[in-house]
Design a protein around this ligand. Sequence first.
Ligand SMILES: [Zn+2]
Length: 156
Amino acid sequence: MNDDEVRSLLRGLPLGHISNPPLRTVSYVDIVVTEEKGHRRYPPEHVLGQCDTNREQGIADVRLFRQQAQGNIDTYQFKLSIYHEIGHVVFQFGLTEEQKQEWYALCVSKIVSWNPAGADPLEHFCDTYAYYTVDATMVEKVFSVEYKFLTKQAFC
Ligand SMILES: [Zn+2]
């Protein structure tokens, strides 16, 4: 896996989600990262990706890491990780305050037990964004409220 391979996975996303700014860089760092909190992890001790945002400057940098000592063995998870991190950029810079409030409101009644980050509405947005990108039909079936939001507010 290298930077170009990582960036090739961004093709097909709405241009507004991957434009620079806010998305300044997307890079692959060929190291195993452990024990950091608050980032997408798999399984469960390795950090897969990280999104650093600077609100004042309006920029974001996304980094993807190696999954295992032996490399990236799960392509599906790797894709989900990239799209999850892009989801952070979309939420931070692509949604209005009203849209963010709408998302928080629709998350209030939900118990998001499948989310490794817990019931954090932001992480739930990023996970839903990632699954929407790889399998929108599944999201429509299982998370119909989120599907409607993403279709109307993000993938429009
Ligand atoms: Zn996240």
